[in-house]
Design a binder for this molecule. Sequence first.
Ligand code: HEC
Length: 99
Amino acid sequence: MMKLASTALVTLIMVSGVSVADDAAINAKYEKSCKLCHDGGLMGAPKTGDVEAWAPRLEKGNEVLLKHVKEGFNAMPPKGTCMDCTDEEFQKLIEKMAK
Ligand code: HEC
């Protein structure tokens, strides 16, 4: 499971072409927008750092995940309440939460 998730993560990173992460800015956005639900798994949100919970999500592929983040997905609100996040930032937020 660990290996599967990290393979998916590497794919995510390669697909998005993101190499240098601005950790401080991403952490701030996570704290402000995603933490409320994803830290504790509120309403069935996949928990941050729960590799097993994220594995089936990552399998959906990058494009689908990004679309779900931007448009919302069931109890997940559109843009995860981060109205000023860019695609690249959402990408990094997903990568951060999924490992
Ligand atoms: C109000 C609570 C809430 C907030 C805030 C929130 N999420 Fe979520 N998120 C959820 C829930 C609940 C799910 C699970 C939805 C489901 O599978 O039915 C979810 C699922 C996801 C998924 C997986 C989607 C999929 O297709 O499986 C991603 C990616 C995600 N959230 C990213 C984020 C990001 C990035 C942020 C911050 C910018 C964020 N979320 C903020 C509640 C939240």
